[in-house]
Design a protein around this ligand. Sequence first.
Ligand SMILES: [Zn+2]
Length: 134
Amino acid sequence: MSLKLPKMRSVHMTYLYLSDPENLEKFLSEFRQNLKKKYQKIIVEGEERYTCGQEHTRLNPSWAPFQHLERYCLEKGLDDFEVRDFLEEYLRRPIICECDILIDHREQRKRDLARIFGLDFEGYDLLIESREGC
Ligand SMILES: [Zn+2]
């Protein structure tokens, strides 16, 4: 029986990797794309949001808060605990579920600007027509 060892990067290497803003942006955008494919989409106030669909409480046995992040980090050779720590620091808020990673205040700000000025940043499909009476 051959055991295939994952190419897990050390905590230190993960930190160094994410410390490069280019790598961080790449990781975030790729992981978010990946997660969006797996999550259900909901529309809140005409805006697309994604959720894991589970109640965030340990009392919920169906809640697997970091299942996709763990797998994704393993594929990328990153330490998922360090990734979580790093992202909490970067996004300046606690991440108790991977669906929290999808919330990006700067992205939301971009979308707000896009809505106000009618511009489309980075391929966001804006649902302008769903906007009512303003
Ligand atoms: Zn969640």
